[in-house]
Write a protein that binds this ligand. Structure first.
Ligand code: NAD
Length: 264
């Protein structure tokens, strides 16, 4: 079977675990060579080591312009000019707008929005040398709608989605495509610190909270669901797709369930 990313050199951020790690594995299966980038050095090195010659780990704090320059240099030295960048690294914090320390908002925006901006800046030259490329920004369904408690994260993800659209227009003439994937879920390691607190809050609730199914599919998304969408946007199969939001949430945000109306 033809490998969909044969000959592709990719940089994937936040790749030491979760969705990023799953994406690295899918990219390698599809023939890509991947720079596994993260701040979790031990985990990132272990992922790359397991994958052999097609992967190499590089420490990259996405908020640091110098780290970006080093990472792109390392990718070029090891594998050649990158034609794919997956801006996947992100952080989450939960808190009300009223209570959140503005410093927390700033740190979330720095990683989730400014990090991808710096990444785009860093790959423009190598992608231009290749005559084009594909940049995939991993946002969230929190870039499609809003929820209580995550205003800071949501702002950063809407900002990232806006960045994708502006970059798609600006870089289109250079043959660089820029798209957003909006997963309906991801690694439980990102959300775990906040789940216990949420459960605690719920136990004192007396009012009835509206039911909202996870998805009409009645299953949660798996990391492979998100990774497969990223593979498609990275590959030439999506060569005329740019500036789009690919929502991967099993129709969770597609609309509301109308009680009493028929289901098939
Ligand atoms: N977990 C979810 O429920 C969920 C839902 C929707 C979207 N997402 C998005 O999916 C993407 C992947 O997240 P995940 O679910 O795998 O969570 P995760 O926490 O497992 O992965 C995030 C990765 O980013 C890395 N990272 C954090 N700060 C960094 C920095 N400054 N520089 C470089 N790397 C950094 C972390 O070390 C980690 O490996 C993120 O963009 C996230 O916002 C997650």
């Amino acid at each position: 079977m033809t490998q969909r990313l044969n000959g592709t050199v990719a940089i994937i951020t936040g790749a030491a675990r979760g969705t990023g790690e799953a994406t690295v594995r899918r990219f390698v299966e599809e023939g890509a060579r991947v720079l596994v980038a993260d701040v979790l050095d031990e985990q990132g090195r272990a992922v790359a080591a397991e994958l052999g010659d097609q992967a190499a780990y590089h420490h990259l704090d996405v908020t640091e312009p110098d780290d970006w320059a080093d990472a792109v240099h390392a990718a070029i030295e090891q594998f050649g000019d990158p034609s794919v960048l997956v801006n996947n690294a992100a952080i989450l914090d939960v808190g009300s707008i009223a209570a959140m320390d503005p410093a927390v908002l700033t740190s979330i925006v720095a990683v989730n929005q400014i990090g991808p901006y710096l990444g785009i800046q860093a790959v423009i030259d190598p992608m231009k040398r290749l005559g084009g490329g594909s940049i995939v920004n991993v946002a969230s369904i929190d870039a499609i709608e809003g929820s209580n408690g995550v205003a800071a994260y949501t702002s950063s993800k809407w900002g990232l989605r806006g960045l994708s659209k502006a970059a798609a227009v600006e870089l289109g003439r250079a043959g660089i495509r820029v798209n957003t994937v909006c997963p309906g879920g991801g690694s439980s390691e990102m959300t775990a610190p906040f789940v216990a607190e949420a459960m605690d809050r719920l136990k004192d609730r007396t009012e009835r909270l509206p039911d909202r199914p996870i998805s009409p599919f009645h299953r949660r998304g798996e990391l492979a669901d998100y990774a497969n969408a990223i593979v498609w946007l990275a590959s030439n199969e999506s060569s005329y797709v740019s500036g789009t939001d690919l929502v991967v949430d099993g129709a969770f945000t597609a609309g509301k369930v109308e009680p009493g109306a028929p289901f098939s």
